[in-house]
Design a protein around this ligand. Structure first.
Ligand SMILES: *Cc1c(COP(=O)(O)O)cnc(C)c1O
Length: 393
């Protein structure tokens, strides 16, 4: 360690040591293959149960071809933010296709879901007297949006709609929830939440990063799963980096909602537009995903197979009916140990620890994909059984 750093007035080295001492230090593994059910890293192959490529689209040849063809026309970069000169026909086409597919008046694109959530919360809770009401397990980007906004932040216990109701203010309230929660796979009870928002005259924003493309008959996500339209879910956010297999995000809803984001959303205005070629790749992926419903059906069958097998083994599953499955580990160290032992056996499954989840709920986060085979799921279950057995005293 360098002398200069140890004398550093910000005590960075000490801060890093305390992260290590708390067992929260995280390391990256360099992947040398495309995304898929099998990942290559550290010179060997792993069966991947940790990604968000839920429908196996990230390396689909047709999507890659669409990206290459559009890059040949539009080049690599978008050149500017959307309001300057970075908004292309490829972006416009994607917005229109999304709005039509989701039964919304309009849609607007963002460079990432993180930015889309910052824009939603800072735009619709911009006044000091506004209130933002959120599920405690909402994604970090929604919480960061509330920290950036001037409004007061109130959080309710995970999925507790009675507490949500009690936290809405008499003035303007923005209620924000994940559609499918990223760390336990639970689905937000949107029918109850939309009823409360209607009664309280609150604005509802749903972050459907994990539901979009997967839930609902046509992949319309959590709102389609519950048959909710844009009067009930006026602010619908989704991302393209998960089931859609590319990158970026959108918000869809009524004209006033979308135009307000375009006119005043700083995380929309002050950032470079996503490359047009990405917009073209996303459009192609969405066409395929809508048409190939077998991907959603296969994923559902694999989820059912995993849950059945895990129950037979008596594994400590966190209740979830979706493609995100959590296995409680007991502690951060136990979660890392199990993850390491699975890695030795050729499975990539991540340990999730604080601050991503609350203390004492450390877990393995297992994600299933239509890209997996039944055999790969069965092999994972075998490996989990072996690892659990070794763990017992
Ligand atoms: C991944 C994720 C985001 C952020 O989306 P990015 O496009 O990766 O920035 C937001 N919300 C939820 C629930 C997510 O899982």
């Amino acid at each position: 360690m360098s002398r200069a750093l140890s004398a550093d007035p910000f005590s960075l080295a000490k801060g890093l040591d305390s992260i290590r001492a708390a067992g929260r230090f995280r390391t990256r593994h360099t992947v040398t293959s495309a995304q898929g059910a099998v990942l290559r890293a550290d010179g060997r192959n792993y069966i991947n149960f940790s990604g968000n490529d839920y429908l196996g689209m990230a390396n689909d040849g047709r999507v890659v071809q669409a990206l290459q063809s559009a890059a040949a026309v539009y080049g690599a970069g978008s050149g500017a933010s959307q309001l300057i000169c970075g908004y292309s026909r490829a972006h416009e086409h994607l917005e229109q296709a999304l709005a039509q597919q989701l039964g919304r008046s309009r849609a607007v694109l963002f460079s990432s879901g993180y930015l889309a959530n910052l824009a939603v919360v800072t735009t619709f809770a911009a006044r000091r007297e506004d209130v933002v009401v959120m599920d405690r397990e909402n994604h970090a980007s929604l919480i960061d949006g509330a920290l950036l906004a001037r409004a007061g932040l109130r959080r309710y216990r995970h999925l507790d709609v009675a507490e949500l109701d009690s936290l809405c203010g008499n003035g303007r309230s923005l209620v924000a929830t994940d559609g499918v929660f990223s760390m336990d796979g639970s689905i937000a009870p949107l029918p109850e939440i939309t009823a409360i928002c209607a009664r309280r005259r609150a604005l509802l924003a749903v972050d459907d990063a994990h539901g979009f493309c997967v839930l609902g008959k046509d992949g319309g996500g959590t709102p389609e799963h519950y048959s909710l339209d844009q009067t009930q879910v006026p602010v619908l956010m989704g991302t393209f980096g998960k089931a859609c297999g590319v990158s970026g995000a959108f918000v869809a809803g009524p004209d006033d909602v979308i135009e307000t984001l375009i006119q005043t959303g700083r995380p929309y205005i002050y950032t470079t537009a996503m490359p047009p070629a990405l917009a073209a790749a996303i459009s192609e992926s969405l066409v395929i995903i809508t048409r190939e419903s077998w991907r959603r059906e296969k994923l559902r069958a694999l989820v059912a197979r995993f849950i059945r097998g895990a129950r037979e083994l008596g594994l400590p599953l966190i209740p979830s009916e979706t493609h995100i499955q959590g296995l409680l580990a007991g502690s951060g160290e136990a979660a890392v140990r199990t993850s390491d032992r699975l890695r030795e056996r050729g499975f990539w499954v991540n340990a999730i620890r604080p601050p991503t989840v609350a203390k004492n709920t450390e877990r393995l986060r297992i994600t299933l994909s239509a890209g997996h085979s039944e055999e790969q799921v069965d092999c994972l279950l075998d490996a989990l059984a072996q690892v659990e057995k070794r763990q017992q005293p």
